[in-house]
Design a protein. Structure first.
Length: 199
């Protein structure tokens, strides 16, 4: 019993450290620093999930870890290569997440949450990245919605696997995204009013 409590405690400490690193990445402008901090989170989070036998979520973090490392060496203007890497990781995350949940976690219902959440967000982000930038407000709105869906799935998953930092930080993410969506909507309404007054 003491060993089980110790494992849960260590897993939660690793998860907390990873989430702090991921959140702190938003304070930097350097692409390299941001990727390094986010990659550190994926490493710590994958170890934490491994300790909790949460394999479907673990594989999502492992793939994001690998993707971030690979993208460090791919320049921003190499769009096709970046798309191929993103699509490959999305497909692998979906397939391996489902397989590991079936084979190692007895097909548990909540094992599909990180798989679905990551798939929805990654696919949405990739489409926004590929398509022509016509309406930045709409693009950001769609991304924020995808982040909220992903965060809801992960926070429920965090509760189920007893990794409480995952739940706490995803609650913070949802709050910030909702606030940003309100700002976007207000800006759009203000801009429309200004245009109608000019006409």
């Amino acid at each position: 019993m003491n060993i089980l409590i110790s494992v849960i405690l260590v897993a939660n400490i690793l998860s907390l450290a990873g989430n702090i690193l991921f959140t702190s990445s938003s304070l930097f402008k350097s692409r390299t620093k941001i990727i390094i901090l986010q990659t550190s989170n994926h490493l710590l989070s994958s170890i934490a999930q491994f300790l909790q036998s949460a394999f479907s979520g673990m594989v999502q973090d492992v793939l994001l870890l690998i993707k971030n490392i690979v993208l460090l060496f791919v320049k921003q203007n190499h769009k096709i290569i970046r798309i191929i890497i993103n699509v490959t990781c999305i497909i692998l995350g979906l397939v391996l997440g489902i397989l590991l949940n079936v084979l190692l976690n007895d097909n548990i219902w909540y094992g599909y949450l990180p798989v679905a959440g990551t798939f929805i967000f990654s696919t949405t982000a990739s489409i926004i990245f590929i398509k022509e930038k016509i309406n930045p407000n709409l693009d950001e709105f769609i991304i924020k919605i995808a982040i909220i869906i992903n965060a809801i799935f992960w926070l429920i998953y965090g509760l189920q696997i007893k990794l409480y930092p995952v739940t706490i930080f995803n609650c913070i993410t949802i709050t910030l995204c909702v606030y940003r969506i309100i700002i976007i909507v207000k800006n759009v309404i203000t801009n429309k009013k200004q245009k109608s007054h000019k006409e």
